[in-house]
Design a binder for this molecule. Structure first.
Ligand code: NAP
Ligand code: MG
Length: 499
């Protein structure tokens, strides 16, 4: 079998359907109104794997209308008990697990990531998100609050939580199905309805999830999935009948979403970029720190919003750590995602490859020392060697900007204050990490980081129950945990005069 043929076939011999896809609006699988389509491409082979509808503003409008109708009082969804709603969400989690092999193959082929990672991380976490959120459907509660401006007992005052309404959700391509689950699970638990737009590079996973959503028995129109480009996302972000937009993607597009949402002042939550500091103290277990720091940057081809891309190493162990990381990087098997031996796949697209390569070139041009990597592998597919720069300064583009690829920059430091000073200028605040054997050092460092998540002696260890999101320009609001429900609920205060 050639590499190209191998790419679309999973371990069980299962293959991805080459059939043209349709998008999900009001429970029906439809083409774009104008019949426009685009191709989804396997980044390992650069071959087209499926044709997908390209939604325009009119398709988005149609989907929003369907979501609005499904949200009307008296609809099947609005009259469903929270317990039933929770059971349907749980069933969806079960269906994800039942189709884990197939979903992992779709992710690996559409995005390029190793099939083993999709099967081990993305898909179980997708299922877990639905299972975790299913329990919240019955636990959305208000408070009874004492009323002090009158005699006790005169007024009964309390709050109740209500779904925010029609939600627009826009997601990126790095964890396509998992990002869809992070978004959809809380929307369903809260009782909202939704129009979801997956990224143009990776539409297939969300569309398959749409079929499972139907199979789970979630009523028509509750979840609508429109495939398309940035203009479809923009139409959703600007739509006047959308009550709330939840966006995951770049900080740059996040700012456009803010502007687009101003028209009807829709509620917004944003999960944006990152340039996360990872700190290794001289007293760390160095073997563990090196392995953890390699995983922090190279997992998922470095296409991770929380990638530990600026590594600070305390000076006495600097060279040992860099040598260890170079050895780790050179051990990583880069290849077609569906090959079980592959540890790192291709970057998602030609455009992304060129972007990342542009940073590699800028690093070299700015005088950074290239310790390993930096070259394309092969001449088909967007494969890049894991890359490490040392001898960098905080003002270099490779250190200051999000690269979103397998490129690590290593900076020396003497004490925590040095890092705090440099990190003040980091516009991002998504994640941070610290490796130290000393509890005091580790937690003082964790406290000093202005980041939504801090990893201590670990990295990439997320959980559906733990809130995740950004400080500073990494976003507004939190995903996961019960914190995410706040994104999709309104608070209504009711005051009754009992006299
Ligand atoms: P992106 O270019 O910002 O795209 C994200 C989504 O927005 C895509 O669906 C995209 O559609 C759509 N879009 C593009 N232009 C739009 C516009 N003007 N209005 C509305 N929607 C628009 O980001 P990306 O390159 O796909 O993803 C990488 C970025 O996501 C990185 O910055 C990464 O850090 C961030 N990220 C953050 C998190 C987190 O939880 N904080 C998680 C994952 C990724 P098209 O695909 O059709 O362009
Ligand atoms: Mg693709």
């Amino acid at each position: 079998m050639t590499t190209a043929e191998q790419s679309a076939v999973g371990r069980t011999g299962q293959a991805i359907s080459p059939e043209p896809r349709r998008m999900l609006i009001d429970g029906a699988w439809v083409d774009a109104l104008d019949g426009a389509t685009f191709d989804s491409v396997d980044p390992a082979t650069e071959r087209v794997i499926a044709r997908v509808p390209r939604a325009g503003a009119r398709d988005v409008d149609r989907a929003v209308r369907a979501a609005r109708a499904a949200f009307e009082p008296g609809s099947r969804w609005r009259t469903m008990s929270p317990s039933k709603r929770g059971r349907l969400i749980h069933r969806l989690g079960d269906l994800v697990l039942e189709h884990a092999e197939e979903l992992a193959l779709i992710e690996s082929t559409d995005n390029g990531k190793p099939l083993t990672h999709a099967a081990f991380a993305d898909i179980p976490m997708t299922a877990d998100m639905f299972h975790y959120m299913s329990g919240w459907a019955t636990k959305i509660e208000g408070n009874t609050i004492p009323f002090s401006a009158a005699a006790p007992g005169r007024f009964l005052s309390f709050t109740q939580r209500e779904p925010v309404g029609v939600v627009g959700q826009i997601i990126p391509w790095n964890f396509p199905v998992m990002m869809a689950a992070w978004k959809l699970a809380p929307v369903l638990a809260a009782g909202c309805t939704v129009v979801l737009k997956p990224a143009e590079q990776t539409p297939l996973g969300a569309l398959r999830l749409g079929e499972l959503i139907q199979e789970a028995g979630i009523p028509d129109g509750v979840v609508n999935i429109v495939t398309g480009f940035g203009d479809a996302g923009a139409a959703l972000a600007a739509h006047h009948d959308v009550d709330k937009v939840a966006f995951t993607g770049s900080t740059e597009v996040g700012k456009e979403i803010v502007r687009a949402g101003a028209g009807n002042l829709k509620k917004l939550t944003l999960e944006l970029g990152g340039k996360s500091p990872n700190i290794i103290y001289a007293d760390a277990d160095l073997e563990r720190a090196v392995a953890g720091s390699a995983a922090a940057i190279f997992f998922n081809q470095g296409e991770s919003c929380m990638a530990g891309s600026r590594l600070y190493v305390q000076r006495p162990v600097l060279e040992d750590v860099v040598r260890g990381l170079v050895a780790e990087a050179e051990k990583i098997k880069v290849g077609v995602g569906t090959d079980p031996a592959t540890q790192m796949g291709p970057l998602v697209s030609r455009e992304q490859f060129d972007r990342v390569m542009g940073y590699v070139e800028s690093g070299t041009a700015e005088g950074a020392e290239l310790r390993t990597g930096g070259r394309r592998i092969g001449d088909t597919g967007h494969f890049l060697e894991p890359t490490i720069f040392s001898g960098v300064t905080p003002d270099m583009k490779v250190v200051a900007e999000e690269i979103f690829g397998p490129v690590l920059t290593v900076l020396p430091f003497d004490e925590l204050d040095d890092i705090v000073t440099v990190e003040r200028d980091n516009v991002y605040g998504l994640a941070a990490g610290v490796f130290s054997r000393d509890v005091g050092t580790a937690f003082r460092t964790a406290n000093a980081m202005r980041a939504g998540t801090v990893f201590v002696n670990t990295w990439n260890t997320l959980d559906a129950a733990l809130p995740f999101g950004g400080y500073k320009q990494s976003g507004w609001g939190r995903e996961m945990g019960h914190a995410v429900l706040e994104n999709y609920l309104e608070t209504k205060t009711i005051i009754a005069d009992l006299s």
